[in-house]
Design a protein around this ligand. Sequence first.
Ligand code: GUN
Length: 285
Amino acid sequence: MTARIIDGNVLSARLRGALAAKAAELTAQGTRPCLAVILVGGDPASAVYVRNKVAGCEKAGIQSLKFEYPQDAAPADVLGKIAELNADPSVHGILVQLPLPRQFDEKTVLEAISVEKDVDGFHAENVGRLSQGQEAFVPCTPNGVMEMLKSIEVPLRGAEAVVIGRSNIVGKPMAMLLTAAGATVTVCHSGTRDLNFHTRRADILVAAIGKPKFVTGDMIKPGATVIDVGINRLPDGKLCGDVDFASAQEVAGAITPVPGGVGPMTITMLLANTVESASRVARKG
Ligand code: GUN
């Protein structure tokens, strides 16, 4: 069997077209959606992600503001900028790119962002709301994965879903979303004893480990849907995921590629959250 490819670029283009139309409509009504992005330090991967986020905004007609700080920036300066952006009614979304340098307490920074502008969905209140099934900004990567699953109409109710990785950004919210959709979810991580036992039972397998080509074909149930959240750079400069695509695609029923899979969907969902935030403001008048 050769797996069906779930193309994140194609799906993103469709969704971004609709978002651009909504952004244009809001702009015409006097509320131009605006995302503020804060980047601290010189992590090259973070710089690329931020560049792609800003470019995604521009293309969709969303205004973007970028604030860059050096590696040794004082946390008080960044917190001051967040307070300023919280108070600015023309800003609808605020994003602080992670990871932050060591002098920062990540939790303090994320909690400083106004809940209404937390388009990354990382604020504890949004996380709590999501866990209780209340309206919330949903973290972009797992939200993008849900859109990909929806696009191929994979049954979620009663499905066995296995998530490898328990991060706040991907693994935990991914498990919440799959659970809410009716799947039976197992979260595996570096301390999981017999990982293959779990992965081979999965109808839906989400890999968010951060280790190149970690999931191989022999770990996958025939016909399963495999979602690769990993973005790893190999010594030759090429990107690869957490899944060994060559062996996995022989076994899986559907699979996401890297690049061109989950990555573009993450940005698409960020744009969606920003447009949603702006429309909430416009509705309030
Ligand atoms: N670092 C890795 N992924 C993300 C993300 O989705 N948002 C932010 N802010 N930082 C990240």
